[in-house]
Design a protein around this ligand. Sequence first.
Ligand SMILES: Nc1ncnc2c1ncn2[C@@H]1O[C@H](COP(=O)(O)OP(=O)(O)OP(=O)(O)O)[C@@H](O)[C@H]1O
Length: 645
Amino acid sequence: MAPNADSPVQTQVALAVPNHSISSEHHGSRSSEAKQVARRRVFVQTETGCVLGIELDRGDNVHTVKRRLQLALNVPTEESSLTYGDRVLKNDLSAIRNDSPLLLRRNLIQRSSSSPCLSPTAKDLLQRDRSGPIEILGCSNSCSMKQLVKDAVKAIKNGVDPLPVHSGLGGAYYFRNSRGERVAIVKPTDEEPFAPNNPKGFVGKTLGQPGLKRSVRVGETGYREVAAYLLDYDHFANVPPTVLVKITHSIFHVNEGVSCSKNKPHDENSSAMSKIASFQKFIPHDFDASDHGTSCFPVAAVHRIGILDIRIFNTDRHAGNLLVKKLGGGDGRFGGQMDLIPIDHGLCLPENLEDPYFEWIHWPQASIPFSDDELKYIEYLDPSRDSDMLRSELPMIREACLRVLVLCTIFLKEAAAFGLCLAEIGEMMSREFKGGVEEEPSELEILCIESKRLVTEHSVFLSEAESGGEDDIQFDIDCGEEDELTKQVGVQPSSHSRNPFSRLQILEEEEDVDGDGDGDEDDTGLSPLRSDLPLNVSKLSMSLKDVSLAEKHNQLKQQGWFSKGGKTSTKPNYSYGVKHPNGNRSANEQLPASQSFVKLADMSDDQWGAFLEKFQELLPGAFRDRKSRVAGQRQRQRLGTSCQF
Ligand SMILES: Nc1ncnc2c1ncn2[C@@H]1O[C@H](COP(=O)(O)OP(=O)(O)OP(=O)(O)O)[C@@H](O)[C@H]1O
């Protein structure tokens, strides 16, 4: 991809923006200890990767921080937003933890103009960043990494330089200890593929835009590397310890036009670049899984990595992302043990379901049933505990990603309890390419579309019930049951505004819902104008539960849910979050990308709860369906073989 033509003049020199008496407490009479408690530091990253350390005082708010940034970066405050993961910070900063990375984004209207750069007149206001060369950001439990960081810092001070990593699409560096041994691999967030400072020519986007995978934003892969490590309880899958750091070194790459040499503040260390990066323990290894026959990989190692990949919906588990270590000599083929180390989790936990990539899916190990220990581990997994843990340890992880985690963990737990093996679970999550071209939703996605539809129809049902009162149609609704349903789908009985989902229904009401041309009720049997509401709702669930996944797929396909490319859908399919086939993409989003068939993030909390309930109800039928199809295929294969001879 061509470099960004309008790349701004920029700098990444290690900077700190001092607090100039914005808070009187700064010079007040409080003890230094009290000040210590009140004061926090945040690292503000611009869309082009520039990192500024800012000391916050109690009195600070978004406005005061932006004023300081305005002086430092020449960004009018009303034209920029300070964001923290999902959250656009309005004014209060009290919830922001010490050492948090914040992103300064220009508002859309300003995107075409040049990016912020350091103001020459403001450079006197800038001080050297008082933080050390490597600062761990957050992560309450990073003791083992503290020693590694100390070793790397000592080596830097002794003049042992990091080494750039030549493989991979993103910028990465091996940091070493004083003996010159590699101790960590560091991947700066602004050097990811398509980020402004990618050293390998893959540039063209700013931080926060859709990246290599559409549902993983540029600059956010580092958080995912840390999340995968944190989720790998008991080092079950062997993910190398990983933390997020703010790191300063002159080796880091800054693309021409993004750096701002003439505007650099006067600083004897002006070539040192500060970056937000993932910092992962280096694991000595012999090769990666692409260099070796896979049959000698231990079943347990493959299962454990597979279990992690399912939970985190890994879209990038290719063979190069599995390091292989020989244990106790031999080449592994004839008795020597092998260990697998999963790396590169930057493309896990997407904001939407995409097509995952599981290299292990066709390995024989993945078809062996889970062991008792593995089943116990899976049983013990708790998706709400996982998402609470990530919310607390990595608050910048987006809620949409946490929903993917919750959904996939539930799917894994139910599938394993049902008796599915790793390969079967992986296959249910993977998309098929019909005729090698047309991408079709996975079985998991079909289940999600179905679940969302059920929730939608419940809410429409209630809306109709409400408006029915106006039409003088009597409903025999038991108040308790109405309340329960209302709670599930998040529609207030007194409100006449429709649930966001019901947009679909509005459009469907104008067409023939079941597509059979009769213009009557849809195939689900839902008829809103009935006096037997509670019964009907449960009948609706049952009717969908009994439909096989293949039938659901065909029904949805007939209704135009998966149409892509030039084919025009007869049905406006954005209500389910399916990308409209004729929808325009911005020039900046022209990466070859898989489409999103179903969105999880557009549901309210109540809808999400109701969706998960429906999803779980549909799972046993889907698993039975899967088992019987696999059995049918085996039967056909056997018959086919017998016919041949
Ligand atoms: N924890 C680790 N220990 C040892 N070596 C590692 C580790 N992590 C990565 N590497 C090495 O660095 C190389 C590049 O790392 P990685 O694949 O994570 O980078 P990337 O830019 O994200 O690559 P890709 O383009 O494949 O996504 C790997 O192929 C591997 O050889």
